[in-house]
Design a binder for this molecule. Sequence first.
Ligand SMILES: [Zn+2]
Length: 390
Amino acid sequence: MAAKPNPQPADSPEVRRYNRLQRWLSMADTVIGFALLVVLLVTGWTGKLRDWSYLGSRQNYFLAVFLYVLMFSVIAKVLSAPFDFVGFRLEHQYHLSNQKLRSWLWDECKGWLVNLVLGTIMVELVYGIIRVAPQRWWIVAWAVFVGLFLLMAQLAPVVLMPIFYKFKPLENETLRERLTRLGERAGTRVRGVYEWKLSEKSKKANAALTGMGSTRRIILSDTLLEHYSDDEIEAILAHELGHHVRKHIMKSILLQVGITFVGFWLVNLVLRFVIVRNWFPVLSSRLYDFANLPLIVLVVTVLGFLLMPALNAISRHHEREADRYAWENIAVIGPFVTAMQKLAEQNLAEREPSKFVEWFFHSHPSIGKRIAAAESWASQHQPVEIQPVT
Ligand SMILES: [Zn+2]
């Protein structure tokens, strides 16, 4: 007999409102960023920024590029700051955060600095390469960026994430043993499980697989470790191990490598097209004129926006694979289902978002679908417990 699926509670108006506001906020932020790029190009202000940069750097090209990136990043941050602050307030209004304003501001500063450093490295590399190889720059830049991606994937959990959160090896002996057993059965070994101190900033729960090679690890938020049973945490560990076994991080990087290739090719094409047609008179005919940076960012932004549904579909596919791996490797799916229910409740996640919202915005299948899929799988693969006859 097939197990009868548990009826799932519908999303409350509060949950719907929270998710709608979150989406509006992120879209408004995107539109403002887009508008900034267009305005810089159309008004010719990007040329002013370039001229000031040369002035401030005494005509040193690389220093001028840095000054341009610095001014650009200050303007972008000032414009997006109101939205970031509304986002911070929103988390408090819905009782999802206990982070103090001062700590949040410090995080914002750190985030801005990290972006500035990474942005500067990328922009200096691109224009440095354009100067050396103006014809084939986009292929060389692509190759360099591939190396950069691999490096970042490796460094993220040990260098980037600790800037914002504390991590420590998981102390729970039972859970560590369970993970080792899960790994042995899969013929693989994850080097570490870390407790992720998320509670200092948020009441939400989360888990993830991060890193590459020697930095590959599963991270579990302390907000999850605190409120979930060992069986539920094991189900989540099994899901993360599923990402590891199915090599999802490497697959995502390869995908990124392909997209970046198309991206650089497209940027080169658009840059040359726009310059030849003289659409923005402020841009000189030389490709290394970094006043064209807003145009490059614009092409990348539009491409990213158009690809979002496809990338999210691939991510949802990976999530389904990891879920299936979890069901196959835990004794019964009950704890998986209850863990999902708890996650939805704790994170105010929509169990049943609209089809369009899920298709466009969501990197994970909706919790409603994940639970339904688990129950349908179990009805075919797991023996139903027989009630003892008394
Ligand atoms: Zn996942």
